[in-house]
Design a protein around this ligand. Structure first.
Ligand SMILES: [Zn+2]
Length: 305
């Protein structure tokens, strides 16, 4: 019998990146995503006995004590993943050299700071293309996990971007291609022609899990609440032999509890109580652990045939 596996990733985007995505001036951005959000996720994973992957941005290591923190996260047995040097939403539109710099330099910086070899990549804003996948592979990564084949997310992102543009505050995000919506739902090797098509060789892709249109990600769990999130996740466990769940460090921050800048209320889940969110995530992850074994993606990719 094949063992069912699951992996949990946390994108550690510092708050600066949220100011940028919402077109806000960022001088009041704090380091709470790292100082508080990461610590809360570490506690949650410790309670549940999960080793996760923290996808980090190279430039964020220059803030506060983040260089020390990334080493602590790795020393606790979690994987460190590459989330690019500067989190540029237009990464897929850069020249090959600039793209290589964003990916390879970040890998080197994170590996050095954490004292481990970083082998997994998640692109900013889930946007990828053939050239970026080539760069990820040629810079020594063994897997990519940027594909997010979720129709409701794609539609919502398009609407928000159009709304911000209409208000004269264009988002730094980019929409990407709708071809992502037909990508395989289970781990696959990417075709030399398209990152959204399967082939027998090529770099491994672990697409972020979606079940009947519901993305298995932190913001969706918060929006749905504990009962619905757990039910959907339990249903997904019946059909998916591997699940890739995704969170962001800010998913465990609270606008009021953590004294964040009120303008961040544009990010609706920041208005939800932290204890409530932690409880939802705990139930969801516990539901997955009933049938699936949690594995770090770097470990899983080394056993993938
Ligand atoms: Zn990000």
């Amino acid at each position: 019998m094949t063992i069912k596996t699951a992996s949990v990733g946390v994108d550690v985007d510092s708050l600066h990146h949220y100011y940028r995505i919402h077109g806000l001036e960022e001088s009041r951005a704090s380091n709470a995503a790292w100082d508080v959000g990461v610590a809360r996720f570490l506690d949650l994973f410790d309670e549940l006995g999960i080793k996760a992957t923290f996808y980090c941005i190279g430039e964020d290591l220059d803030l506060g004590d983040n260089r020390k923190r990334i080493r602590e996260v790795a020393d606790l047995g979690h994987e460190i993943g590459n989330h690019s040097l500067n989190h540029r939403y237009d990464l897929t539109r850069l020249s090959r050299d600039a793209m290589f710099d964003e990916v390879a330099r970040c890998k080197a910086i994170l590996s050095e700071a954490a004292g481990v070899d970083v082998v997994g990549f998640r692109s900013p804003g889930y946007n990828t293309n053939r050239q970026l996948i080539d760069v990820v592979e040629q810079s020594g990564h063994s897997y990519d996990t940027s594909v997010f084949p979720c129709t409701p997310y794609f539609v919502a992102k398009a609407s928000v971007m159009a709304w911000l543009t209409a208000r004269g505050k264009p988002s730094k995000s980019i929409l990407g291609t709708p071809k992502v919506l037909v990508a395989p739902r289970q781990p696959y090797r990417m075709s030399p022609r398209s990152p959204y098509r399967r082939s027998s060789e090529g770099l491994l892709q672990f697409p972020i899990s979606v079940f009947t249109g519901y993305p298995l990600i932190g913001t969706a769990f918060t929006a749905l609440g504990r009962a619905s999130s757990t039910l959907i996740t339990q249903a997904a466990t019946k059909f998916q032999s591997h699940m890739t769940l995704e969170f962001h460090a800010v998913d465990l921050l609270g606008l009021a509890e953590d004294g964040l800048d009120g303008r961040l209320a544009v990010q609706p889940d920041l208005r939800v109580n932290v204890t409530r969110k932690k409880n939802i995530f705990k139930h969801v992850l516990s539901a997955v652990s009933e049938s699936h074994q949690f594995v770090r993606l770097d470990h899983l990719s080394s056993r993938f045939v």
